[in-house]
Ligand binder design. Structure first.
Ligand code: PLP
Length: 377
């Protein structure tokens, strides 16, 4: 089936007892067993829950995973999904990290896992030869984010896979989503999403997903999730599944609106620089055009007036709400250095203080452009 059909139907058969067309919220922690230790599908909701099963089946289908050849695991947050990957490692193992990424991801690897004896190196992955140079015999994971948060850099997934040898390549696909980019098809081992963002799509849940097309790895990650317990509740999972059904139509509008916003800002002399992979002069536009079907809904820019102008524009917009996060139907604006990326200050991932990041929503484009125009002053 094609994407839009799988998003609505994969793993989402009508419920057999009542015929409910929508997968119910299975608010139960446990399941009756016919005999001690005997059960059919479910025994305890930390291990599995039918609402989660449906969401995970849909996510696996959308990332191109065949039944029995891996699968999807939903988690309590995007960071909980990241933590499950870290549970695969032991002291002395080494991880290659990107030089632009969600601040919380870097904080986790550097300040949590790094403190437990796991080593890490930061490289500019837009040149895959930097990844090859960073690989050691102990390298177990190459962590990729593309497009990156917040500088919208593009990493060539297939080339990084090639450069990574035996290390697991984990791609944070949060910005592109499964609709625009399928890293497993390009050779990646694991895809990670913060489903808090576009998958949920309505800024009303926190969640994460890991998808792998290797059955053994999938089973190990499922074991780790059950052992450590970072599962999402059934209500959040229900919201994520509901959001997933409209991912394609929402992403199309996010992409069109973001492209129009990027072009508007690019032509405006109150703006010094625009970061958007869809712009022809973006450093890795060609790679983006090859590995993504469209260029996404995120746009970053540097106002000509510097940090003061960045802070001013972020409070002067009326439709773009000043808030962290991204990927909801409503447009958001933020200043990463003061908000989502405070923890990377003074590191190789530090972002310009005057950088403004927009999560372009699906409102009418004329209203969004008028709002930015008035806020730029
Ligand atoms: N990955 C990216 C690219 C993100 O932007 C975020 C959060 O902003 C995360 C992962 C972490 O996700 P969560 O906030 O759901 O834990």
């Amino acid at each position: 089936m094609r994407f839009e059909t799988d998003a609505i139907h994969a793993g989402q058969e009508p419920e057999p007892t009542t015929g409910s067309v929508i997968v119910p919220i299975y608010a139960t922690s446990t399941y009756a067993q016919p005999a001690p230790g005997k059960y059919d599908l479910y025994d305890y909701s930390r291990t599995e829950n039918p609402t989660r099963t449906a969401f995970e089946a849909a996510m696996a289908a959308l990332e191109g995973v065949e039944e029995g050849g891996g699968g999807a695991l939903s988690t309590a947050s995007g960071m909980a999904a990241t933590a499950l990957i870290a549970y695969l490692l032991k002291p002395g193992d080494h991880v290659v990290l990107p030089n632009d990424a969600y601040g919380g991801t870097f904080r986790f690897w550097a300040q949590v896992v790094g403190e437990q004896g796991i080593e890490w190196t930061v490289v500019d992955q837009t040149d895959p030869s930097n990844v090859a140079d960073a690989i050691r015999p102990s390298t177990k994971v190459v962590w990729v984010e593309t497009p990156t948060n917040p500088l919208l850099r593009i990493v060539d997934i297939a080339e990084v896979v090639e450069a990574s040898g035996d290390a697991l390549v984990v791609v944070d696909n949060t910005f592109a989503t499964t609709y625009l980019q399928r890293p497993l098809d390009l050779g990646a081992d694991v895809v990670l999403h913060s489903s808090t963002k576009y998958i949920g799509g309505h800024s009303d849940l926190i969640g994460g997903v890991l998808v792998s097309d290797d059955q053994e790895l999938h089973e190990r990650l499922a074991f780790l999730r059950n052992a450590a317990g970072p599962i999402p509740g059934p209500f959040d999972t229900f919201l994520a599944l509901r959001g997933l059904k409209t991912l394609g139509v929402r992403m199309d509008r996010h992409c069109s609106n973001a492209a129009a916003v990027a072009e508007f800002l690019d032509q405006d002399d109150r703006v010094a620089r625009v970061f958007y992979p869809g712009l022809g002069d973006h450093q890795n536009h060609d790679v983006a055009a090859r590995q993504m079907s469209r260029f996404g809904g995120m746009v970053s820019f540097l106002p000509a007036g510097g940090t003061e102008a960045a802070h001013r524009v972020s409070v002067d917009t009326r439709l773009f709400i000043l808030a962290e996060s991204l990927g909801g139907v409503e447009s958001l604006i933020e200043v990463p250095a003061a908000m989502t990326h405070m923890s990377v200050e003074g590191t190789a991932l530090e972002v310009p203080p005057e950088l403004v990041r927009l999560s372009v929503g699906i409102e009418h484009i004329d209203d969004l452009l008028a709002d930015l125009d008035q806020a730029l002053g």
